[in-house]
Design a protein around this ligand. Structure first.
Ligand SMILES: *[C@@H]1O[C@H](CO)[C@@H](O)[C@H](O)[C@H]1NC(C)=O
Ligand SMILES: *[C@@H]1O[C@H](CO)[C@@H](O)[C@H](O)[C@H]1NC(C)=O
Length: 836
């Protein structure tokens, strides 16, 4: 039996011993040598003395050319044939040969050629802890959401150790940390991996990453380790809502700020990262109106004012702002914007009503306008004082705050001021104060308070007689200070009787223009002037009027030739003047009497001797018409003479009449000589004439008295009637007497003229007037009763006389052939007269 002594070669190792025992057991059975050696022995290391182990002579080995035949290509062993020692030929890596096989055996044969014999040798390679554990990656990266719950496991990779047995990985460890522990799997189960287990919740906001070291430890002596890094990335989740830094943002803004200025900035923060921390601002629930005014920058949180702010519109704005992060979490805040008033509004004057036009007779305190004022500003900025100018008759009365009545403060007169611009000024109490004005235009309407006023109180007009009907005499004019129809003046004649006729019988007036026209031709010889009233009436209601007096003078024209009264042209052949044949020079033979109906120069008569039988005997007074003897008459002179006297007036052109005067010279005869009659007849004629004259005078006196009585009766009756009828009947004439006094008649009354004249004059006057005129020798007055009365205003009679005085003065009344006529105009006594 071969017993191998390993002790000298091997370190006392349990495995080796164990192997040797196996070899010993086996060699007895099949003579296989068994050895065990550690791996990684250096080359030349002695495994054993194989010769001794086999009990072979070393010579046999050397002579028999013993050699090792290995299985495989690698010659791990060799034998020293001289000594019989088995040596390691090259490094033996157990892991390289057997990998993870737990028992790694190498086989070879010792072959001896002479004699040929072979021995089988089995060498067990024992593991040495020459490999450290190693992880397949140097770093593991694990992502963990921060909200992962504790207990969540995260598997890692196993570490690899080429060594086997105890030299393989025996344990894992992880570096100290708060959040994870290591769960070591059952090492026998190759499918199990080490896991890290979350033991405490992660917070991304505190820790973004955790780095750990994972260590694998094998069981070698000393143990070897392998490490790998474990990076744990905490994944943020949106676990933080954004937060505003103020719950309420309060700002005060002055109104009228510039556009787009930043009113307030809201700020919110979100602890989350990335999209979860991306915050967006927005208004939540904002009215359209406010949305137009305020704009919110959704990134910066700035609220800008897009439109001017007006305190008066709104003085406080409240809005909610929300902020939202990427994860959808929302927070809210409140923004309160208070607007502070600035005196930016002038007071406003609102005219509620205006009374225009305003009647000029409005009493003081009449309300002209109602107005109210307002100011959109508040406080003192909105306190208003309201005034009107003091120079106008208006003032403001406040009924209650900010409401005013504009009332008249005095009497108005449209004729002085026809319209007012009343300026109302409203001032507020702001600083600086703002004011505004309103002009109230008030027209004053006319009231008919001014009567028309004539430009003269007395108009004097004149018209030449014989005017054409309708001729313009003159015009009057009245003005009225009122306006429109109150100033529209119409003219009319005031109805009254003039010379017994209604005034319209003589003149008419143009009611618009005030032109006065003659209705008919005037005759100066009928009347020289008259007065009438013209009324100007305006068209107001009630209408006002005023009167003016127009005095119309009719101007004489030389339209009447002188009329001979004596001797009458008709009966000249019949009568003759008788002159004593012994008459002295200067004897008044006769007087040519003529009248001229005209007046003034036109009636100024002159007498001229046109033809005379004896130039030396008679002369005629130029102005007196007296025919006188120039010298003493003698017997030799003719007893019969004929004189032709021309009577001329002084008009332009002058009119004339001729008188033929027959003169008979008689002896001691002072009476009137009648041609172709005998002396008796003449004497009878004279006495008859005297009787007639006396009778007629008596009759005339009686008639006159009767007439006066009748007149007084009528007048009394009329007054009574007018009292009852209450119709004023002015200017009732006292008579219709025409006083017709002539110098001639004067002389008659005084008896200076020969009686012979008187009869003739009476006859002449009768024939001249063509009607029944009666001569009153006492008064020298003619009473007229015909249809052509001498219409001379009684009131103007004296004036008339004065007007014509020069002519009368020029000639002594007792010798004048020029006639003074005093006429008394009276109203007609009978209705016939009025109609006539
Ligand atoms: C009032 O104002 C109006 C309009 O400006 C003007 O035509 C008128 O002349 C003024 N009247 C007075 C009296 O000032
Ligand atoms: C004008 O005269 C008429 C008639 O005489 C009279 O009725 C009227 O009152 C007068 N008017 C005035 C204003 O004097």
């Amino acid at each position: 039996m071969d017993v191998l002594d390993f002790r000298s070669y091997f370190t006392p190792d349990k495995q080796v011993i164990y192997s040797l025992l196996l070899i010993l057991l086996c060699s007895t059975v099949d003579s296989t040598l068994r050895y065990s050696i550690r791996e990684e022995l250096p080359k030349g290391s002695v495994v054993s003395n194989i010769a001794n182990d086999l009990g072979l002579d070393t010579r046999l080995l050397s002579e028999g050319r013993a050699r090792i035949v290995c299985e495989g290509t690698q010659q791990y062993f060799q034998v020293n044939t001289k000594t019989g020692v088995l040596l390691v030929n090259e490094r033996i890596d157990r892991e390289g040969i057997c990998e993870e096989t737990a028992k790694c055996l190498l086989y070879f044969q010792l072959v001896i050629e002479n004699p040929l014999q072979q021995y089988r040798v089995e060498v067990e390679i024992l593991d040495v802890n020459d490999n450290s554990p190693s992880f397949p990656q140097r770093e593991f990266v694990i992502s963990v959401v921060e909200q992962a719950v504790p207990g969540t496991t995260f598997p890692l990779e196993r570490a690899q150790d080429l060594d086997v047995g105890v030299n393989a990985v025996q344990n894992y460890m992880i570096s100290q940390n708060d959040h994870f522990r290591l769960d070591i799997p059952n090492l026998k189960d190759q499918n199990k991996r080490p896991e890290i287990v979350l033991v405490k919740q992660l917070d991304y906001e505190k820790t973004h990453t955790i780095r750990l070291q994972l260590t694998a430890v094998d069981g070698g002596e000393p143990p070897r380790t392998g490490t790998a890094a474990v990076q744990i990335n905490v994944i943020d989740i949106n676990d933080n809502a954004p937060v505003f830094n103020q719950s309420v943002y309060k700002v005060k803004l002055f109104e009228q700020n510039a556009k787009n200025f930043v009113a307030v900035k809201v700020t919110a923060t979100d602890l989350d990262d990335g999209p979860n921390g991306d915050i967006i601002y927005a208004f939540s629930h904002i009215s359209d109106a406010m949305g137009r005014i305020f704009k919110l920058n959704n990134k910066t949180g700035e609220i800008t004012v897009a439109e001017p702010l007006d305190f008066e519109d709104r003085n406080i704005y409240q809005m909610e702002v929300q902020v939202k992060d990427g994860g959808g979490l929302i927070a809210y805040s409140k923004v309160v914007i208070e607007i502070v008033d600035v005196n930016d509004n002038a007071p406003e004057i609102i005219l509620t009503s205006v009374r225009s036009p305003l009647p000029e007779d409005s009493s003081p305190q009449t309300v002209v306008a109602l107005l109210n004022v307002k100011d959109l500003d508040s406080g003192g900025n909105g306190n208003i004082r309201c005034t009107v100018g003091t120079h106008q008759p208006f003032r403001l009365m406040s009924s209650f705050k900010n409401f005013y009545r504009l009332v008249t403060d005095g009497h108005l007169d449209r004729e002085k001021v026809s319209e007012y611009n009343i300026t109302v000024t409203a001032v507020d109490d702001g600083s600086p104060p703002l004011s505004s004005t309103a002009v109230i235009h008030v027209r004053i309407s006319d009231i008919n308070d001014n009567p028309p006023v004539f430009s003269k109180t007395l108009y004097t007009m004149q018209v030449s007689e014989n005017n054409k009907p309708g001729a313009l005499i003159g015009s009057i004019m009245a003005t009225d200070k009122d306006s429109a129809e109150n100033a529209q003046v119409s003219y009319s004649l005031i109805e009254e009787m003039v010379k017994g006729f209604p005034i319209s019988h003589f003149i008419s007036i143009n009611s618009d223009k005030g032109n006065i026209h003659a209705v008919r031709p005037f005759d100066y010889e009928q009347f020289q002037n008259f007065t009438f009233l013209v009324q100007a009436l305006d068209s107001g209601t009630p209408a006002l009027s005023s009167n003016t007096t127009v005095k119309l003078y009719i101007i004489d024209r030389n339209d009447n030739a002188p009329t001979l009264l004596h001797p009458s042209p008709k009966d000249s052949s019949f009568s003759a003047e008788i002159v004593p044949n012994n008459a002295e020079g200067g004897y008044l033979v006769s007087k040519v009497v003529a009248v001229d109906a005209d007046s003034g120069q036109n009636a100024w008569l002159s007498f001229h001797l046109q033809k005379v039988s004896d130039q030396s005997l008679f002369s005629v007074g130029l102005h007196t018409g007296e025919i006188r003897t120039i010298r003493k008459m003698t017997e030799r002179d003719n007893t019969r003479h004929t004189l032709i006297v021309v009577v001329k007036d002084n008009g332009q052109p002058s009119l004339s009449a001729t008188a033929t005067v027959k003169i008979v010279a008689a002896e001691n005869f002072s009476g009137h000589y009648l041609e172709s009659t005998d002396k008796e007849q003449v004497g009878e004629f004279d006495s008859n004439l005297t009787i007639y004259l006396i009778i007629s005078l008596a009759v005339v006196t009686f008639l006159f008295l009767a007439f006066i009585v009748l007149l007084l009766t009528l007048k009394a009756y009329r007054i009574k009637r007018s009292v009852f009828s209450s119709v004023p009947d002015q200017n009732v004439p006292s008579s219709n007497i025409v006083s017709f006094r002539t110098s001639y008649l004067d002389s008659l009354a005084r008896g200076t003229i020969h009686q012979g004249y008187l009869r003739e004059v009476q006859a002449k006057v009768e024939s001249l007037s063509g009607g029944s005129k009666h001569l009153d020798p006492n008064k020298g007055t003619i009473y007229a009763g015909n249809e052509h009365p001498m219409l001379i205003d009684i009131n103007n009679a004296n004036e008339f006389l004065q007007d014509h005085q020069p002519a009368a003065n020029a000639i002594p009344p007792s010798h004048s052939s020029y006639q003074r006529v005093q006429a008394i105009l009276t109203r007609p006594m009978s209705t016939d007269w009025q109609e006539g």
